[in-house]
Design a protein around this ligand. Structure first.
Ligand SMILES: [Zn+2]
Length: 466
């Protein structure tokens, strides 16, 4: 990921709500763009977020960390993963490169070991207060925060304030490079968490062994994770010994979890590497469900939209209750200008989603917005609000909400939705401007006026209570 293009996105994002919605929160129906544009750094996807959360939850519990995990998917090809507070930052490249759930779970367990060990504690506390986008830009390169601080014209400098103090580069060095003793401690803790959850440490071993052999090849691309968690031969040997001592060493991931993992990899492969990537990924099982899923998505993205519909219907015959198949069906119908049918598909996805992602109701609302009748616009507002109640940082949702209110002629609520979008995107100055504009439309003391006042009172960088 090029720090330069990212920093330009970030500084633009601080000025314009539209750019922020691209950079900070991309719902799945828009994820084509998210993956296609190299500059977009965070990907929002209900299916992948739910899966990684399922990977992290038992490990966090075993490590004694608080329940409730936020997943931030960083759109980057390299292998990297980082845990800050309750947020797991994970590169799409790491998910794509890992052949089993166990490999990713092992990495999460190792990161949890660093947290439980109190490693880089001061830095972690700073990161916990920082905005998601500021951390992502720090992980990807120091440029963005420096740019934000230099222009000082927006909320971004303040948003990154906690970590801008020492300068991005220093923080990056702090993130990159645990001490040898800390690595050994994190490994031992990880083994404990994996054993406590009845899982093998084989995946963690596989990941670190892969880095070691990659390092041995001269000229090979070195992943950030490899630099931050150096795996010399003696560490690998110790890890192997510990891993093999576990009664769960040969325990495999449950087949249903492996299938979800494969479907996630199919999605990432299609979006990041194009149409041919799925057949390369599933050479061993070209007719399996994950390969079919990838094929349906590739047809939707790169082929003809009409041809994708029978493919997703074939998938639905095999897993009629898979919410993400219904979501894909909705995406296909939206792209083929059938918003009423798309709305039905998204409604089913929302209904079937066991983890109640905030992303799916926003997609549903987007389809209702596209129908455009007064009745559907009101329904759109209800759905988008449901999505935003579940997930306050979905900037795309605020944009659709503002559009729906605008089309209904409710300018006060439209301005307020725009203010909230800026607020949660970290552009505090713009948030205040729109909150003031909203207040002019509301009666003093009314609920909308008070919500606008909350934003005005919040001041830059101070976290608003949800
Ligand atoms: Zn480590």
């Amino acid at each position: 990921m090029q720090a330069h293009s990212l920093s330009s996105v970030i500084s633009k994002a601080a000025r314009s709500f539209a750019a922020i919605s691209v950079a900070a929160a991309v719902t799945v129906s828009a994820s084509v763009n998210a993956f296609a544009q190299g500059s977009v750094s965070v990907v929002r996807d209900a299916e992948i977020e739910a899966l990684v959360r399922d990977y992290a939850r038992p490990i966090f519990k075993a490590a004694g960390l608080r329940p409730g995990v936020d997943i931030v998917l960083v759109n980057d090809r390299s292998f990297n993963a980082f845990v800050a507070g309750q947020r797991v930052f994970i590169n799409t490249g790491a998910l794509l490169q890992s052949e089993t759930p166990n490999e990713i779970i092992g990495v999460i367990a190792h990161e949890a070991g660093h947290i439980a060990g109190g490693h880089q504690q001061r830095l972690r506390e700073q990161l916990e207060r920082a905005q998601t986008m500021a951390i992502v830009s720090t992980l990807l390169g120091a440029g963005a925060i420096v740019a934000g601080a230099a222009t000082n014209s927006s909320g971004l400098a303040q948003a990154g304030g906690g970590i801008a103090i020492g300068g991005g580069e220093m923080i990056r060095r702090g993130l990159l490079g645990y001490q040898r003793s800390e690595e050994a401690t994190a490994d031992r803790s990880a083994i404990t968490y994996l054993a406590a959850t009845g899982q093998s440490a084989k995946g963690m071993l596989t990941t670190f062994e892969r880095f070691q052999s990659a390092l041995a090849l001269s000229g090979a691309k070195i992943d950030p994770y490899q630099i931050s968690h150096p795996a010399p031969r003696d560490r690998i040997a110790n890890l192997e010994q510990l891993a093999k001592n576990s009664p769960y060493f040969d325990t495999k991931d449950p087949p249903a979890l492996q299938l979800r993992h494969d479907m996630m990899r199919a999605k990432i492969a299609v979006f990041t590497d194009g149409q041919g990537a799925v057949s390369r990924l599933f050479r061993k099982d070209p007719r399996g469900l994950a390969a079919q899923y990838g094929d349906a998505m590739a047809t939707y993205l790169y082929g003809n939209v009409r041809g994708a519909l029978p493919k997703v219907e074939a998938l639905l015959k095999q897993q009629p209750k898979n919410p993400y198949f219904h979501e894909l069906r909705g995406d296909i119908l939206m792209k083929s200008n059938q918003p009423a049918k798309a709305a039905e598909a998204y409604a089913t996805a929302v209904q079937l989603d066991p983890v109640k992602s905030g992303i799916l109701p926003v997609s549903y609302g987007q389809a209702l917005l596209a129908i455009g009748t007064p009745d559907s616009l009101k329904k759109a507002i209800t759905q988008i609000r449901t999505g935003l109640d579940r997930d306050r940082e979905n900037a795309t949702g605020y944009r659709y909400l503002a559009q729906a209110y605008g089309q209904l002629g409710d300018i006060g609520e439209a301005e307020l939705a725009t203010a909230e979008g800026h607020y949660y995107g970290g552009a505090y100055n713009d948030a205040q401007i729109f909150a003031l504009r909203a207040q002019q439309k509301f009666k003093r003391g009314s609920p909308g006026w008070l919500r606008a006042q909350d934003i005005i009172d919040s001041r830059q960088g101070r976290k608003k209570k949800n």
